[in-house]
Design a protein around this ligand. Sequence first.
Ligand code: ATP
Length: 373
Amino acid sequence: MMTTDSSGDVRLSGIGKTYGSFTAVHPLDLTVPQGSFFALLGASGCGKTTTLRMIAGLEEPSSGTVHLGDQDVTHLPPYKRPVNTVFQSYALFPHLDIFENVAFGLRRRGIKSVKKQVDEMLELVQLGEQARKKPHQLSGGQQQRVAVARALINHPKVLLLDEPLGALDLKLRRQMQLELKRIQTEVGITFIHVTHDQEEAMTMADTVAVMNAGRVEQLGSPTDLYENPQTTFVANFLGTSNLIEAEVDSKTGGEIVVRAGGGKLLLPEARCSASTTTGGKVLVGVRPEKISLAHADDAGEISEARNRITGKIVDSSFIGVSTQYVVDSPACPGFEVYAQNIDRDPRLVPGAEVVLHWSPAHTFGLDAAQDID
Ligand code: ATP
């Protein structure tokens, strides 16, 4: 059902944070629409937690404003904002049982009859059976679900999650990612989730803001960020990227022709974020799983329409569904190319001369002035 409710929109306008002469968050503009699952993704120290804490009211911004719906909350204390935060440390009350932990927010507001609401919340997080246990009798994942129930019981417009799954082991983390996604869909409120784990952000969020050094480097859906990275940082942070240095040759009907390692490659103009003046440098990117590998003897069988570079296999590792190859190519001296292939051609072993080929449609172009490490 379409909703016109915007009370859970989060709008950051020029919001920034400095500590002395150090800028943790450069002034940024960001709108998170009501009901979306939004992730702030980036490496340690990029400013994602500071951004979240400014939304929560736990950190005073050095510039800019925070709006929740139509309300300017920039100078409101945390408890007056219609938001709640779940932290990595669940911070449950150890002496209270699960029911009372979840009921806490209601009791503090002087609400007497809490049973119906608490029972509903415990059902939502699938802990109805555990109501009378103490936190230490639950698993890490269950404790985190109690923390979510406790944060949701006051019906915030926005739930902020600061690395909430950071303390869990990988298997539990994956289960909880799906669980949180289900809860968000059920309650329909805005979730803003901070994580350094790209897979986690991609699994859960509708929209991801990739942060780097206090700035949002790119904003988009997980697919868009993966398929169309606009900076080398995003290309390398989300998955493995092959980046080939090339020179712009010409343009034909929406496609750019570039030269790399003595050959030509095609690149859709719409997928190129770099300037494409003839003779200019551009980095051509392609994800490993989009590349097919053929033995050099079979080069004649590859369609003319495909991009191709030659190389020599350096290493291969069988990973079940496919084999991963590391290839040395004269098209990108000094860099290895990663390819992934489901063919089990016995000739594709280290030392073999190969042709790497892929569809031009899966090629993206980046500004070559960036650092490609
Ligand atoms: P992490 O995942 O490690 O928490 P983060 O991306 O969330 O990293 P922030 O916690 O937002 O990063 O911190 C951004 C930068 O601001 C870091 O370099 C941090 O050292 C600095 N910083 C954070 N709080 C303070 C403070 N109170 N005083 C000085 N510098 C701070």
